[in-house]
Design a protein around this ligand. Structure first.
Ligand code: IYR
Length: 230
Protein backbone atom coordinates (compact mmCIF):
# COMPACT_ATOMS: atom_id res chain seq x y z
CA UNK A 1 0.00 0.00 0.00
CA UNK A 2 1.66 3.27 -1.00
CA UNK A 3 1.68 5.79 1.85
CA UNK A 4 -0.03 9.09 1.38
CA UNK A 5 2.10 12.20 1.95
CA UNK A 6 1.42 15.89 2.16
CA UNK A 7 5.07 16.69 1.53
CA UNK A 8 7.61 15.19 -0.88
CA UNK A 9 9.08 11.83 0.17
CA UNK A 10 11.58 9.63 -1.67
CA UNK A 11 12.22 5.91 -1.56
CA UNK A 12 15.31 5.11 0.50
CA UNK A 13 17.21 1.83 0.28
CA UNK A 14 20.43 2.10 2.32
CA UNK A 15 23.17 -0.43 1.60
CA UNK A 16 22.79 -3.82 3.30
CA UNK A 17 25.66 -6.26 3.82
CA UNK A 18 25.96 -9.96 4.60
CA UNK A 19 26.51 -10.46 8.36
CA UNK A 20 30.26 -11.22 8.16
CA UNK A 21 30.76 -8.00 6.19
CA UNK A 22 28.74 -6.04 8.77
CA UNK A 23 31.08 -7.26 11.49
CA UNK A 24 34.18 -6.53 9.41
CA UNK A 25 33.00 -3.00 8.64
CA UNK A 26 32.13 -2.32 12.27
CA UNK A 27 35.49 -3.68 13.44
CA UNK A 28 37.38 -1.65 10.86
CA UNK A 29 35.66 1.56 11.97
CA UNK A 30 36.25 0.73 15.65
CA UNK A 31 39.93 0.09 14.91
CA UNK A 32 40.18 3.50 13.22
CA UNK A 33 38.27 5.40 15.91
CA UNK A 34 40.21 3.78 18.75
CA UNK A 35 43.31 5.51 17.38
CA UNK A 36 41.75 8.99 17.60
CA UNK A 37 43.15 11.25 20.27
CA UNK A 38 42.67 14.89 21.16
CA UNK A 39 45.96 16.62 20.41
CA UNK A 40 47.55 19.75 21.87
CA UNK A 41 50.82 19.61 19.90
CA UNK A 42 50.40 20.66 16.27
CA UNK A 43 52.71 20.93 13.28
CA UNK A 44 52.60 24.27 11.44
CA UNK A 45 52.67 22.37 8.13
CA UNK A 46 49.93 23.62 5.79
CA UNK A 47 46.82 21.49 5.31
CA UNK A 48 44.76 21.76 2.11
CA UNK A 49 41.65 23.89 2.58
CA UNK A 50 39.74 21.16 0.75
CA UNK A 51 40.23 18.83 3.75
CA UNK A 52 38.55 21.42 6.00
CA UNK A 53 35.68 21.84 3.55
CA UNK A 54 35.26 18.06 3.30
CA UNK A 55 35.13 17.71 7.10
CA UNK A 56 32.51 20.46 7.27
CA UNK A 57 30.52 18.78 4.52
CA UNK A 58 30.60 15.56 6.55
CA UNK A 59 29.46 17.49 9.66
CA UNK A 60 26.67 18.96 7.58
CA UNK A 61 25.28 15.44 6.96
CA UNK A 62 24.47 15.07 10.68
CA UNK A 63 20.88 14.55 11.76
CA UNK A 64 19.33 17.62 13.36
CA UNK A 65 16.09 18.57 15.10
CA UNK A 66 13.39 19.18 12.44
CA UNK A 67 16.28 19.16 9.92
CA UNK A 68 17.07 22.75 10.86
CA UNK A 69 20.85 22.19 10.69
CA UNK A 70 21.44 24.88 13.35
CA UNK A 71 25.19 25.19 12.82
CA UNK A 72 27.76 27.47 11.21
CA UNK A 73 31.46 26.75 10.82
CA UNK A 74 33.82 29.74 10.76
CA UNK A 75 37.13 28.87 9.08
CA UNK A 76 40.21 30.87 10.06
CA UNK A 77 43.53 30.39 8.34
CA UNK A 78 45.25 33.78 8.56
CA UNK A 79 47.98 34.36 11.13
CA UNK A 80 46.59 37.68 12.42
CA UNK A 81 43.16 36.28 13.30
CA UNK A 82 44.63 33.12 14.81
CA UNK A 83 46.83 35.30 17.01
CA UNK A 84 43.85 37.43 18.03
CA UNK A 85 41.94 34.27 19.02
CA UNK A 86 44.92 32.86 20.92
CA UNK A 87 45.40 36.07 22.90
CA UNK A 88 41.69 36.36 23.73
CA UNK A 89 41.49 32.67 24.75
CA UNK A 90 44.56 33.06 26.96
CA UNK A 91 43.04 36.07 28.74
CA UNK A 92 40.09 33.88 29.74
CA UNK A 93 42.19 30.85 30.55
CA UNK A 94 44.54 32.86 32.77
CA UNK A 95 41.45 33.82 34.76
CA UNK A 96 40.63 30.10 34.97
CA UNK A 97 44.04 28.71 35.84
CA UNK A 98 45.77 31.58 37.64
CA UNK A 99 42.81 33.74 38.68
CA UNK A 100 41.07 30.99 40.61
CA UNK A 101 38.01 30.63 38.37
CA UNK A 102 38.52 26.84 38.16
CA UNK A 103 37.05 25.18 41.20
CA UNK A 104 39.40 22.82 43.11
CA UNK A 105 37.31 19.89 41.91
CA UNK A 106 37.60 21.00 38.27
CA UNK A 107 41.35 21.51 38.69
CA UNK A 108 41.70 18.02 40.11
CA UNK A 109 39.69 16.54 37.22
CA UNK A 110 42.02 18.21 34.68
CA UNK A 111 45.34 17.59 36.47
CA UNK A 112 46.29 14.46 34.46
CA UNK A 113 45.92 16.36 31.16
CA UNK A 114 48.55 18.91 32.29
CA UNK A 115 46.65 21.70 30.54
CA UNK A 116 47.67 25.31 31.22
CA UNK A 117 46.56 28.76 30.16
CA UNK A 118 49.12 28.66 27.30
CA UNK A 119 47.15 28.10 24.11
CA UNK A 120 50.04 28.30 21.62
CA UNK A 121 48.41 25.63 19.46
CA UNK A 122 45.81 28.21 18.44
CA UNK A 123 48.58 29.90 16.44
CA UNK A 124 50.55 26.82 15.39
CA UNK A 125 47.68 24.86 13.86
CA UNK A 126 47.19 25.91 10.23
CA UNK A 127 43.41 26.15 10.65
CA UNK A 128 40.99 27.12 13.37
CA UNK A 129 37.39 26.11 12.84
CA UNK A 130 34.81 27.60 15.18
CA UNK A 131 31.48 25.83 15.29
CA UNK A 132 28.62 28.17 16.18
CA UNK A 133 25.20 26.91 17.30
CA UNK A 134 22.25 28.88 15.95
CA UNK A 135 20.08 29.38 19.04
CA UNK A 136 17.29 30.45 16.71
CA UNK A 137 16.96 31.13 12.99
CA UNK A 138 16.04 34.36 11.25
CA UNK A 139 13.08 34.28 8.86
CA UNK A 140 13.30 36.21 5.58
CA UNK A 141 11.00 38.85 7.18
CA UNK A 142 13.49 39.27 10.03
CA UNK A 143 11.42 37.44 12.66
CA UNK A 144 12.90 34.67 14.80
CA UNK A 145 12.36 31.02 13.92
CA UNK A 146 12.56 28.70 16.90
CA UNK A 147 15.18 25.94 16.62
CA UNK A 148 14.69 22.55 18.26
CA UNK A 149 17.29 20.34 19.95
CA UNK A 150 20.12 22.70 19.10
CA UNK A 151 22.65 21.20 21.51
CA UNK A 152 22.00 17.64 20.44
CA UNK A 153 22.15 18.56 16.74
CA UNK A 154 25.33 20.60 16.93
CA UNK A 155 27.01 18.05 19.19
CA UNK A 156 26.35 15.30 16.65
CA UNK A 157 27.61 17.49 13.78
CA UNK A 158 30.81 18.19 15.71
CA UNK A 159 31.25 14.46 16.29
CA UNK A 160 30.97 13.86 12.56
CA UNK A 161 33.48 16.69 11.96
CA UNK A 162 36.01 15.17 14.37
CA UNK A 163 35.60 11.72 12.78
CA UNK A 164 36.11 13.14 9.28
CA UNK A 165 39.33 14.88 10.31
CA UNK A 166 40.63 11.71 11.93
CA UNK A 167 39.75 9.70 8.80
CA UNK A 168 41.91 12.10 6.74
CA UNK A 169 44.87 11.74 9.13
CA UNK A 170 44.38 15.16 10.70
CA UNK A 171 44.13 15.96 14.39
CA UNK A 172 42.09 18.39 16.40
CA UNK A 173 41.23 19.40 19.92
CA UNK A 174 37.69 19.87 21.19
CA UNK A 175 38.59 23.19 22.73
CA UNK A 176 36.09 25.17 24.78
CA UNK A 177 37.87 28.16 26.27
CA UNK A 178 35.53 29.36 28.95
CA UNK A 179 33.79 31.77 28.40
CA UNK A 180 34.18 32.00 24.63
CA UNK A 181 31.93 34.86 23.66
CA UNK A 182 35.06 36.64 22.29
CA UNK A 183 34.71 34.33 19.28
CA UNK A 184 31.41 35.97 18.32
CA UNK A 185 33.16 39.35 17.95
CA UNK A 186 36.35 38.10 16.33
CA UNK A 187 34.41 35.99 13.80
CA UNK A 188 31.81 38.76 13.26
CA UNK A 189 28.90 36.42 13.97
CA UNK A 190 25.36 37.63 14.64
CA UNK A 191 23.59 37.46 18.01
CA UNK A 192 21.58 34.32 17.22
CA UNK A 193 24.80 32.29 17.08
CA UNK A 194 26.60 30.98 20.16
CA UNK A 195 30.22 29.75 19.98
CA UNK A 196 30.03 26.01 20.56
CA UNK A 197 33.50 24.49 20.04
CA UNK A 198 36.81 25.94 18.83
CA UNK A 199 38.73 23.34 16.81
CA UNK A 200 42.42 23.84 15.99
CA UNK A 201 43.05 21.56 13.00
CA UNK A 202 46.29 20.31 11.48
CA UNK A 203 48.82 17.53 11.50
CA UNK A 204 50.13 16.33 14.84
CA UNK A 205 53.62 17.66 15.64
CA UNK A 206 56.36 15.08 15.09
CA UNK A 207 57.03 15.05 18.84
CA UNK A 208 53.35 15.16 19.84
CA UNK A 209 52.42 13.40 23.06
CA UNK A 210 49.06 12.61 24.58
CA UNK A 211 48.14 11.70 28.14
CA UNK A 212 48.19 7.94 28.79
CA UNK A 213 44.43 7.49 29.06
CA UNK A 214 42.33 4.32 29.03
CA UNK A 215 38.84 4.25 27.61
CA UNK A 216 36.03 2.58 29.51
CA UNK A 217 35.34 -1.01 28.45
CA UNK A 218 32.09 -2.03 26.79
CA UNK A 219 30.94 -3.58 30.08
CA UNK A 220 31.42 -0.24 31.84
CA UNK A 221 29.26 1.66 29.41
CA UNK A 222 26.54 -0.86 28.54
CA UNK A 223 23.57 -1.64 30.74
CA UNK A 224 21.47 -4.62 29.70
CA UNK A 225 17.77 -4.41 30.39
CA UNK A 226 17.67 -7.08 33.17
CA UNK A 227 20.33 -4.97 34.88
CA UNK A 228 17.83 -2.14 35.00
CA UNK A 229 15.41 -4.32 36.97
CA UNK A 230 17.90 -5.93 39.38
N1 IYR B 1 38.88 25.35 29.01
C1 IYR B 1 40.10 25.15 29.77
C2 IYR B 1 39.98 24.09 30.81
C3 IYR B 1 39.70 22.72 30.32
C4 IYR B 1 38.46 22.18 30.57
C5 IYR B 1 38.20 20.87 30.20
I1 IYR B 1 36.39 20.09 30.69
C6 IYR B 1 39.16 20.10 29.56
O1 IYR B 1 38.88 18.77 29.20
C7 IYR B 1 40.41 20.64 29.32
C8 IYR B 1 40.67 21.96 29.70
C9 IYR B 1 41.26 24.88 28.80
O2 IYR B 1 41.02 24.64 27.63
O3 IYR B 1 42.40 24.89 29.23
Amino acid sequence: MPREHKYPFLPYAPARYPEPDMITKGRDLLCLMEKRRSVRFFSDEPVPRECIDLAIRVANTAPSGAHQQPWKFAVIGDAATKKQIRLAAEVEERENYEGGRLTPEWREALAHLETTSDKGYLETAPWLVVCFAEKYGIRPDGNRRKHYYVNESVGIACGFFISALHTMGLVTLTHTPNPMSFLTEICHRPGNERPYILFPVGYAAQDAEVPDLRRKSLAEVVVESPGLIA
